[in-house]
Design a protein around this ligand. Structure first.
Ligand code: HEM
Length: 408
């Protein structure tokens, strides 16, 4: 084991997709760190980072750790502090009883019945996009980018005629929210995008309240949701959570679709195996989520000093759980660096864990399943086009910028 603050270890931007070495092969860098240090003292973008599967699980499920950025100490090196973030009402940054109330309400609306009822519409959206793509097409830009936004906009139930505008606003908001290094212009445009989403959803909720109109969609679901003690969402909370769904479910699902399709095309006979046996599709999706998680890490903030493997982490500092590194820990699965859709057991932490585990996992899987079912049914001979591809330099994410396919 190396000293956790050894200057020889990569840290800061070297552990993001902005670094070409890391972007090319984050897995070697992370496997190396996991095997040489229990807790990395980053001290640049993040405070402390853990990589091993057991430590990542421990951090994710430790109920004393927080997510509200207002708990950050001034000495924290984390780049985004409380004052920069909209912490008012979103469950992503809420702790304790407030988080529990918001999450309970959201899960009442965002339930399996609603998702399953949407499956065939998701298939139609997918087929419309596949129809519009030429014989040779950029899978990322033409399918993986538009599909998740179209799906979430329709699920929410905002006026379909606003679909295009919503897409622009959510792209602007994402460019700002998901990039801690965004410049001033991106931040201003992003804040305008967020405000536009907020206004549109609030207007829609108020319209429904005054007209009594309740179409069977997610906005109505959020309006009608109630906890066992009769608590409900406020109009402002519904707008905040519509924003959260748009942002949380967008880049992540796009990235997953891209790397999933790339792995299927390039790793052994995976795609041909799915053509032969489409029943393998759910495990192929799960393996893709394990193999190349869209989000490298998730964060928790200490409420008091915490000691992990002898390293003291002060109160108000961030511990980043490096999900990608934990997935490639041999203690998680056998042969972790192999992409194998035939695995009998697939374990991973790509959706985080504990109280904040991703609520969108079933939707992301549904979209990927529908996509693969349609691809193997319609284009059994699909292959990678003879063109270069590139990974996106977005700091916190692992995803492709473009990846070309041939339908036949
Ligand atoms: C939280 C990953 C898709 C909604 C999270 C977290 C991760 C994650 C790592 C943080 C968990 C933690 O800190 O323990 C992913 C991945 C996705 C995906 C890899 C796609 C492949 C979605 C979708 C939605 C969504 C489609 C909804 C439309 C959320 C929400 C939270 C969350 C609301 C916050 C939950 C909470 O704080 O209680 N996601 N996500 N995600 N995700 Fe996802």
């Amino acid at each position: 084991m190396m000293d956790s603050n050894s200057p020889d270890l990569p840290r800061g931007l070297e552990l993001t997709s902005l670094s070409p070495t890391f972007r090319d092969d984050p897995f070697s860098v992370l496997n190396g760190l996991r095997d040489s240090v229990a807790v990395l003292e980053d001290g640049q973008l993040r405070d402390h980072v853990v990589f091993r599967a057991d430590l990542v699980q421990k951090v994710l499920t430790d109920q004393t750790l927080l997510v509200d950025p207002r708990a950050l100490a001034q000495t924290s090196t984390r780049i985004m502090r409380g004052e920069d973030m909209s912490v008012e009402t979103s469950m992503l940054h809420a702790d304790g009883a407030r988080h529990k109330r918001l999450r309970t309400l959201m899960l009442k609306a965002f339930n399996n019945r609603r998702l399953e009822a949407f499956r065939e519409r998701a298939r139609e959206i997918c087929n419309e996009l596949l129809d519009a793509a030429g014989a040779e097409f950029d899978f990322v830009q033409q399918i993986a980018r538009p599909m998740p936004t179209k799906v979430i906009i329709e699920l929410l139930g905002v006026d379909r005629s606003l679909g295009e505008e919503f897409k622009v606003w959510s792209d602007q908001a994402i460019a700002f929210k998901l990039n801690p290094l965004a410049d001033e212009e991106t931040r201003t445009i992003g804040a305008e995008g967020l405000a536009a989403i907020d206004r549109t959803v609030a207007d829609e909720v108020n319209r429904r309240l005054s007209s009594g109109d309740r179409p069977d969609d997610l906005i109505s679901g959020m309006m009608d949701a109630q906890t066992s003690t009769g608590e409900t969402f406020s109009v402002a909370e519904i707008s905040q959570h519509a924003q959260l769904l748009l942002i949380a479910g967008n880049q992540t699902t796009t990235d997953l679709m891209g790397t999933m399709v790339k792995s299927l095309m390039e790793q052994g006979t995976s795609y041909a195996d799915l053509v032969r046996d489409p029943a393998l599709i759910p495990s192929a999706v799960e393996e893709a989520i394990r193999f190349e998680p869209p989000i490298f890490g998730t964060e928790r903030i200490t409420q008091e000093e915490v000691v992990i493997e002898g390293v003291s982490i002060p109160k108000g500092h961030v511990i980043t759980a490096l999900l990608t590194a934990a997935n490639r820990d041999p203690k998680m699965v056998e042969r972790p660096d192999e992409f194998d859709i035939h695995r009998s057991q697939i374990k991973h932490v790509s959706f985080g864990g504990g109280a904040h585990r991703c609520i969108g996992a079933p939707l992301a899987k549904l979209e990927c399943e529908v996509l693969l079912q349609e691809m193997v049914r319609r284009f059994p001979a699909m292959k990678r086009a003879d063109r270069a591809y590139a990974y996106d330099p977005n700091p916190g994410f692992r995803g492709l910028e473009f990846y070309w396919l041939c339908k036949n």
